[in-house]
Design a protein around this ligand. Structure first.
Ligand code: SAM
Length: 461
């Protein structure tokens, strides 16, 4: 790892909690920390997923775990089934921040404004009430596609993926109960993980990032309800991107800062902004088992107006056709179905209520779970349905061993003789990876071509 330039380390002097010696050492050590967060609706036992590794909990995340070494996730079929999301541990603290500031027992409308590739969105989906609506937004188009894929793999019905500029959210005035702005930043907190980024660091870029962060926040704040929570985070150590942005927020908007309770054994550093003594939280890699991170929470002052009733309605799937989809779905869920470009989409009731307004104001990349195409006789099921958490448990399914699972994920031919004909889920360790159609003399592999494993190699023996 290249050494940290003094132009950078000089800017850290005097920062709350900064310890130059241990900070340099941890960067020089090359230590790599691997952590992930389970999708509890698919997998609850992290140790069973990685029997050869030591698995220990991330202290501030209910489903977050450290792994003793980094396995090849590409060759783990559970990864492709959406059993977990590989996420840096410090940023999982968002979970604790939300637990302490928002009422997670209630269905909420939440926005993850800078969402790709989806770490915070999948975390938020997991902690919000299931009848909540989560809008996961990403302004950069190809990154919005990546976000949509990761949300599909996570499998939840109650997420809408949008591809908008933050300023577009001003159209949804006082709409969201929670907004998370995990802003683009100069990235110094990730230097240990991504040493290449060290060469790109400059104080000019820090200043540009700080201005952009302010612009993003100013653009989105009209969309926060009075009484609603704003979470601001970066993976930068720079005061200009952290404490200075807190002070700027307080000076320009009707916000109050929300201090958080920390446990001493977490070794998270509480920081206080210079002008208004606002509380934020710094994560240093020599003190926490994770990368550099900053987070602060605010509440918008004032009283929320009564929500406006949405007048527009979705055109729902006629009951006779909806009845053909029901057998493919979990029995206990309240599903709403609509037809979009010839495909059936499964939504939660809360999302069905809000979708017309979102469609009117935002560019929607994905909403709910695509069930598939209804033909005269059949449903041609979509991959999203296979990896969703709303799919029925009793559909025809074939459990594959590791080798066949990897063949399936490479979209190679499978020999599944002697099995029932028709659509079948391909499973690994009880988790759905996708569909295959079993015909009398062959099996058609329906794993999406664009998602197939291209990398050569195999899982560790
Ligand atoms: N929240 C993500 C996660 O946890 O997986 C990481 C987000 S990353 C720190 C910041 C994101 O902001 C990037 O996806 C980037 O494309 C996006 N971004 C870049 N410029 C932006 C802008 N002007 N407005 C909003 N988002 C922007």
């Amino acid at each position: 790892m290249p050494s940290l330039p003094s132009a950078f380390t000089d800017t850290l002097q005097g920062l709350p909690g900064y310890r130059p010696g241990p900070f340099m050492e941890v960067h020089a050590s090359g230590e790599r920390i691997t952590s992930l967060r389970l999708q509890p609706l698919k997998a609850t036992d992290a140790a069973a997923l990685f029997p050869r590794l030591t698995v220990t909990p991330v202290p501030w995340s209910r489903y977050g775990y450290y792994l003793s070494s980094r396995p090849s996730f590409t060759f783990d079929p559970s990864f492709h089934a959406g059993a977990y999301y590989v996420q840096e541990a410090s940023s999982m603290f968002l979970e604790e921040a939300l637990r302490q500031t928002a009422d997670l027992q209630q269905p909420l409308k939440a926005l993850d404004l800078c969402a790709a590739p989806g770490g915070k969105s999948t975390l938020m989906q997991g902690v919000l009430h299931p009848q909540s609506l989560l809008v996961a937004n990403e302004v950069i188009k190809p990154r919005a596609s990546l976000l949509a894929d990761n949300i599909a793999r996570w499998g939840a019905e109650n997420v809408v993926v949008t591809n908008n500029d933050p300023r577009d959210f001003a159209r949804l005035e006082e709409y969201f109960d929670v907004i998370v702005a995990d802003a683009p930043c100069s990235g110094s907190g990730l230097f240990r993980r991504d040493p290449e980024a060290i060469n790109e660091w400059s104080q000019e870029n820090v200043m540009l990032c700080s201005q952009r962060q302010q612009r993003i926040l100013a653009d989105v704040l009209p969309a926060l309800k009075p009484g609603g929570v704003l979470v601001y985070s970066t993976c930068s150590y720079a005061r200009e991107e952290d404490e200075a942005v807190m002070d700027w927020l307080l000076e320009n908007f009707e916000l109050e800062n929300c201090p958080l309770q920390l446990l001493p054994e977490w070794h998270i550093v509480e920081t206080v902004s210079p002008r208004h003594r606002l509380h934020g939280y710094r994560f240093y890699p020599d003190q926490v088992k994770g990368e550099g991170f900053f987070i602060a929470c605010f509440r918008k002052k004032g009283m929320a107006a009564l929500p406006k009733k949405n007048r527009a309605h979705l055109s729902l799937l006629p009951p006779r056709e909806a009845a053909r989809i029901i057998p493919w779905l979990k029995k206990d869920g309240a599903h709403v179905m609509m037809l979009h470009n010839g495909e059936v989409i499964i939504l939660t009731p809360a999302m069905a209520e809000e979708l017309p307004l979102l469609q009117k104001n935002l560019y929607i990349r994905k909403a709910g779970v695509k069930a598939g195409q209804l033909t005269a006789k059949d449903l041609v099921p979509d991959h999203q349905l296979a990896v969703s958490t709303c799919i029925g448990a009793d559909l025809p399914a074939i459990e594959l061993g590791l080798e066949d699972a990897l063949r399936y994920l490479r979209k190679e031919d499978l020999q599944l003789n002697g099995t029932q004909k028709g659509w079948a889920l391909m499973r690994y360790n009880g988790m759905n990876m996708g569909w295959a159609k079993i015909l009398p003399n062959r099996t058609n592999n329906y794993y999406p071509k664009e998602m197939r494993i291209l990398k050569a190699g195999t899982a560790e023996p």
